[in-house]
Design a protein around this ligand. Structure first.
Ligand code: 2AM
Ligand code: CA
Ligand code: CA
Ligand code: CA
Length: 261
């Protein structure tokens, strides 16, 4: 596909994300219907499902050959990344959506034969749209973001969920050594925050492809690093841990905390 084709797809993706955000905002005045998934802390609402169906229908209409992989069931039969695949989290941060009505995002990553091409993260209530087209830079509400600077642990703000810290000795040492921790409770927003230079790293021990598909494209576009915690390349068809960090800091995290020899 040519660059022009990718611009067309990226613009369409952006307008679908904006439309989806309007639907979510409108829904806030209604009471949310909440169900549990794998456990009582794993929530899903009717809006998660509605927004995923909206993307599914609109993408199929506009690009019938494209595939869609979404958290709420779209494309669960997909077993390869051949072709053009949209990896979508309709609401990332559902717990925040339910409890706080803020700090949730729409995350859309578009891949061609497994290569990241377009990444969009929209923090709906902050009205912040992060967007990257591979090779053309990353933008926040249309303003180009600078490449990420080198960082070091002792001056770093690290996004990590307290639930993971109490389970993992490696994270306890890291938390002790870094400047501070932050946790918004939405993986896509944590990654966008590294992109915007608000935090320096984000670590999670278990995420799914829709949580990091868009963030990975944005982070790489800005010169940041993203792998599993053990330093392996991410697989976009499988759940995994993730380690996102600014250059320099990433290598320090790997050599001092996660892959000590
Ligand atoms: P979600 O809101 O789309 O489910 C919460 O710390 C972050 O982890 C959110 O980005 C959330 O995405 C993600 N997450 C991944 N798996 C989860 C699970 N089983 N239960 C709750 N949150 C999960
Ligand atoms: Ca979920
Ligand atoms: Ca998610
Ligand atoms: Ca979700």
């Amino acid at each position: 596909m040519s660059n022009n084709d990718w611009h067309f797809i990226a613009n369409k993706a952006k307008s679908l994300v904006n439309e989806a955000a309007q639907q979510i905002k409108k829904s806030l005045k209604n009471e949310r219907i909440v169900e549990y998934k794998s456990n009582p802390n794993d929530l899903v609402t009717e809006m998660d499902k509605q927004i995923e169906s909206f993307f599914d229908e609109e993408i199929k209409k506009e690009f019938p050959s494209h595939l869609i992989l979404g958290e709420e069931g779209a494309g669960k039969e997909i077993s390869t990344l051949d072709g053009t695949v949209w990896i979508i989290d309709p609401i990332d941060g559902t717990t925040n959506f339910v409890h706080q009505q803020r700090h949730f995002a729409i995350s859309v990553g578009i891949y061609e034969d497994g290569v990241g091409k377009v990444g969009i993260i929209f923090d709906v209530m902050a009205d912040e749209l992060f967007m990257a087209v591979a090779g053309e830079g990353a933008f926040l509400n249309g303003v180009k973001l600078p490449s990420l600077n080198e960082a070091i642990v002792k001056e770093a703000l690290i996004a990590v969920n307290s639930g993971w810290i109490i389970k993992d000795e490696r994270l306890i040492s890291l938390v002790r050594d870094c400047r501070g921790t932050r946790a918004y409770g939405a993986a896509a927003i944590e990654m966008a925050s590294v992109c915007a230079n608000r935090t320096d790293a984000y670590i999670s021990l278990n995420l799914s492809p829709w949580d990091f598909a868009a963030g990975a494209i944005l982070i790489k576009e800005l010169g940041g690093k993203i792998t599993t915690v053990e330093g392996n390349e991410l697989n976009l068809l499988k759940p995994s841990s993730i380690c996102v960090a600014k250059p320099g800091l990433y290598e320090q995290l790997q050599s001092h905390y996660f892959n000590r020899k």
